[in-house]
Design a protein around this ligand. Structure first.
Ligand code: GLN
Length: 195
């Protein structure tokens, strides 16, 4: 199977690794630049984006990750991972940086305290007719989608919660914890196509 890395600095990387392995990928955890070089695709998990940002800079991974994204590496980010892939983040902590690549602006922790974590059914036409059961855990929303990016799913109120741009894919929610494997399959199809 394709060699897929999961960025394992912080967050729910184990859940992604299990899903990817169940789909036939050769999964490795990525914490160092050499480990990034050995993969054909990368998942950035959910967790806390400000921590993933800090650790990626501390471990010398931020620039290699930016270079890999610019070079066309397929990358799928969930929740904090989507924030890392966004060109711009609103409501980040002071000095918070992203890797960028997705021509979008995301707002961190976008659902008010009443509604920080919830589940809903989403229509995702790119993945077929069966809706996606989506779990949101203090997730971001995509506040604006630039010309280079494409929305894949919206909440009933119209806010965008899944996007793609070339080999980059991002969701505000967590398919890795609900048994929903179509986003990972879709990502793996990008990895296979590029190999
Ligand atoms: N609120 C987190 C952040 O800002 C994201 C939460 C998640 O990944 N479940 O990074």
């Amino acid at each position: 199977g394709p060699r897929v890395g999961v960025l394992a600095l912080q967050g729910d990387f184990r859940e992604h690794a299990l899903v990817l392995a169940s789909l036939g990928a050769e999964v490795s955890l990525v914490r160092r630049p050499e480990e990034l070089e050995a993969v054909d695709g990368l998942v950035i998990p959910g967790g806390e984006s400000s921590v993933i940002d800090k650790l990626s800079r501390t471990f010398g991974l931020a620039e290699p990750l930016r270079a890999a994204i610019a070079g066309g590496l397929p990358v799928y980010g969930t929740c904090a991972g989507l924030i890392m892939l966004a060109d711009r983040v609103l409501d980040g902590i002071a000095g918070q940086e992203t890797l960028g690549g997705l021509d979008v602006v995301v707002r961190r922790n976008a659902f008010g305290s009443q509604n920080q974590s919830f589940e809903t059914e989403l229509e995702v036409p790119a993945l077929g007719a069966t809706p996606v059961r989506a779990v949101f855990i203090r997730g971001p929303v995509v506040e604006s989608v630039g010309a280079a990016a494409t929305p894949l799913a919206r909440l009933d109120d119209g806010r965008v919660v899944a996007v793609e741009q070339g080999n980059l894919l991002g969701t505000s929610f967590h398919p890795e914890i609900t048994g929903e494997h179509r986003f990972h399959e879709y990502f793996l199809s990008k990895v296979r196509a590029r190999r």
